[in-house]
Design a protein around this ligand. Structure first.
Ligand code: GLN
Ligand code: ZN
Length: 761
């Protein structure tokens, strides 16, 4: 067959999240290692069978991971942080879990390795740790064992593994600093060994993922690419398909075209390629794998357009592969499980399994093995979508057209506003507050679930939530916080909660996507123009405010975060989607103000992670992201204080965008070490008020009064005291009440001590 098809990777959590449940049972010692291994095997077998049955030419093996595919490579090359090694013990699955989750080894606290976002997705990988004198060896043979498993079942197997350069790029040097690229000569031999081992088997192609080729990489890294692939290829008899995704690689073509590889995968969804010129771009000797089916979103693919484009491409190249743009890790597995969606809505979507079918249809039609009617049939719903009244809301569309720059700025400057706010709120210096959520006990979760499953009435549910809010207020007053919150007991997830009150969203029942390890998220899907159905949070904030004389800070999730953590529609720009959400939230903000709420926090934890991978696209993104935020936040009066919260503090590159948000107060997460904090205070010259998180809520440790006090003293050396707020670094929902009360007590006592010191100076 001239046109072959394959996918870059398949979701590994199982149709019903079997891996999640098995992992969690194993961790809590409810099942044995053998039970866990059996679940993994079953998932792999059914993933492979599905790929083969749906007509893919290769079955992709090596995409399975017990926790994370980057950690797979760390295991493979024996890169295990020293704190997780046990004497001479050979590494095993428990080693892997220790690295991922941390552990307590005989009176030693071994923290987990850091976790961070996989490129611009919502998947998190375990960050490899590198040290100066590290040695590596081929210590974990999962890739070989799984390849053998699949070969034994008779499949045509294409193993996949993360490439050495991307692996090194993603890791962090610990201890004495050195150039990470120095590690290459020690890591390449392991890859040689793995590839040689694989090549002994009946394998024609090995896929090696090097997504960093879509980034801006330096000359040094480019050179390293050339050298690495030369060295890897010598011992290898199987062919190498180098795969790139999440963008295009025009800017790295100079080296890509001279690498010692046999095939190249490119992402035609996230990458900007002119298909009519494609045949000229790449080395003619490379087999091309064209990523035409979107691996990042859930929409049915327009197979007719692809058919037409690929048909003309066939004039230039008569042998190539078609594929998903990236691994299917980022989409849910099976649309057919969803029975809460109407057939009409369902017909617009394609999940992981359906995407395999799309590839199969497209390649068969291209090869002349299937009638083009099949394609017409497949895409029929796409046309119905465009004219559906679920999608189009004229009121929203008109409102969007009427936005002017006046809608995007506060009436007066911070200088003017802050005076009015100070008079109005009458807060002490160093006001204390929290980020929004209070501990979410299993009782609260059960209450929400019972309500969702209609086991209790709306009235009973609301009464119970009010009790939780009441308790949160009592606790906060007892502690002596200055700005209180209602505590968010009614929220499951900061995006899902809001989208349920917005028209234009639909929700799946089983549309889980792996976020990290055993954690999955179920992103809502944006299908149409967005508008607010009813006020969302007003009732709760109003209720809370009635219970106290102290100001209540209302909590909203910002437009960029709602967009980034959903599956967006693709027929209008992200900018317009964000602005629609912003308009809906603007109404909410104004209703809160009208209800007597003087402080409103709009969380934007996703603002920074939404940054495009390449710097030259940043301005465009930041410009609409900032505008959307301003659109939702700036309609209020001077006296209303707008806060935002972001779960990070690396603002150096986007400082001017953060300043442009023009919020009255920003609360941020500050990193853990003293040094980093100092750096932060020095670099972060925020003109308005700021609350750098004074303790880390991610850890169960209770910060001491002394520690927080010193930190605040340090902070006031760099930040004018009138601008400084005191708060934890994120929401408290994952902590216990015990931890929360003790930590907040210390935070408040430290603040009182510092206030005294300042006054007596
Ligand atoms: N207001 C949210 C909370 O406190 C913020 C969560 C977040 O920053 N991710 O839980
Ligand atoms: Zn946070």
């Amino acid at each position: 067959m001239a046109i072959k098809n394959h996918i870059l990777g398949f979701p590994r959590i199982g149709l019903h999240r079997e891996l999640k449940f098995a992992l969690e049972s194993y961790w809590s010692k409810k099942i044995t290692l053998n039970d866990l291994l059996a679940v993994g095997k079953k998932i792999r077998y059914s993933n492979w069978k599905y790929q083969a049955d749906s007509g893919l030419d290769y079955v992709t093996v090596g995409d399975f991971a017990w926790y994370d595919h980057v950690l797979n490579i760390s295991m493979m090359i024996n890169n295990i942080p020293e704190r997780h090694q046990i004497n001479e013990q050979k590494i095993n699955l428990d080693t892997l879990f220790r690295v991922a989750r941390g552990s307590r080894l005989v009176n030693k606290n071994c923290s987990a390795s850091e976790m961070t976002k996989w490129f611009n997705t919502n998947y998190h990988y375990i960050v490899p740790e590198f040290t100066l004198d590290q040695k590596f060896c081929f210590s974990w043979k999962q890739i070989i064992e799984e390849t053998d498993e699949a070969l034994a079942l008779g499949y045509t197997v294409k193993p996949v593994l993360l490439g050495p350069l991307t692996y090194i790029w993603l890791g962090k040097v610990k201890g004495i600093n050195f150039n990470k690229l120095d590690l290459l000569e020690r890591i390449i031999p392991i890859y040689q060994e793995v590839l040689a081992e694989l090549s002994k088997r009946k394998i024609e192609w090995i896929q090696i993922d090097e997504p960093i080729l879509v980034l801006d990489i330096s000359k040094e890294w480019k050179q390293a690419f050339i050298k690495t692939y030369q060295q890897i290829h010598i011992v290898n008899t199987a062919k190498i398909l180098l795969s790139t995704y999440f963008g295009d690689i025009h800017h790295n073509l100079d080296i890509v075209n001279i690498l010692s590889i046999d095939g190249l995968h490119i992402d035609l969804i996230a990458g900007k390629y002119d298909l009519s010129q494609l045949h000229n771009y790449f080395n003619k000797k490379y087999l091309l794998s064209l990523g035409v089916i979107n691996g990042r979103n859930i929409w049915k693919s327009d197979l007719l357009t692809w058919f037409t484009k690929l048909k003309s491409f066939m004039k230039f190249r008569n042998v190539f592969w078609i594929s998903t743009s990236c691994s299917l890790l980022h989409v849910p597995l099976d649309l057919s499980l969803e029975d809460n969606l109407t057939d009409f809505v369902k017909s617009w979507f394609s999940f992981g399994m359906q995407k395999c079918l799309e590839l199969s249809i497209l390649s068969r039609v291209l090869n002349g093995k299937l009638d083009i009617e099949e394609i017409y049939h497949w895409i029929k719903p796409i046309n119905a979508y465009k004219s559906s009244n679920i999608v189009n809301n004229i009121v929203v569309q008109n409102r969007l057209l009427q936005i002017s720059s006046d809608h995007m700025k506060r009436k007066n400057s911070f200088f003017v506003r802050s005076k009015v706010q100070k008079l109005n709120l009458n807060l002490p210096i160093l006001p204390t507050t929290t980020i929004g959520s209070f501990p979410q006990t299993s009782d609260i979760r059960k209450l929400r679930l019972d309500y969702k499953n209609k086991k209790i009435s709306q009235l009973d549910y609301e009464d119970s939530i009010k009790e939780y809010i009441k308790n949160n207020i009592i606790q906060q007053e007892k502690l002596g916080l200055d700005v209180l919150v209602h505590g968010e007991p009614e929220r499951n997830d900061m995006v899902e909660y809001f989208s349920e009150y917005l028209e234009g969203f639909v929700f799946t029942q089983y549309g889980w996507v792996q976020s990290y390890g055993s954690r999955c998220v179920k992103p809502p899907i944006i299908v149409g123009d967005i508008s607010r159905i009813t006020p969302i949070t007003v009732m709760w904030s109003k209720f809370a405010q009635k219970l106290t004389k102290k100001p209540i800070k209302a909590m909203l999730t910002g437009p960029v975060t709602i967009l980034c953590w959903s599956f967006p529609r693709e027929d209008i720009s992200k900018e317009n989607i964000a602005k629609q959400i912003a308009l809906a939230l603007r109404d909410e903000v104004l209703d809160l103000e009208h209800a007597g709420i003087n402080i409103i926090q709009i969380d934007e934890p996703a603002l920074r992670e939404g940054l495009p991978l390449r710097k030259n696209n940043w301005n465009d993104y930041l410009s609409w992201a900032v505008k959307s935020f301003q659109l939702c936040s700036s309609g209020v009066k001077d006296k209303t204080q707008i806060h935002t919260h972001m779960c990070y503090c690396e603002f150096n590159d986007i400082m001017s965008a953060i300043v442009d948000l023009d919020v009255d107060v920003i609360t941020v997460e500050t990193s853990r070490s003293d040094m980093e904090l100092l750096e932060f205070f020095k670099n972060f010259k925020y003109p308005n008020d700021i609350g750098p998180g004074v303790y880390d809520i991610h850890s169960p440790n209770i910060p001491t009064i002394n520690w927080i006090e010193q930190l605040l003293m340090k902070a006031i050396e760099y930040i004018p005291i009138q601008q400084l707020w005191v708060n934890p670094d994120c929401g408290l929902k994952t902590r216990t009440w015990m931890e929360t009360s003790l930590a907040l007590q210390n935070m408040i006592q430290a603040t009182i001590n510092v206030r005294k010191k300042i006054l007596t100076k």
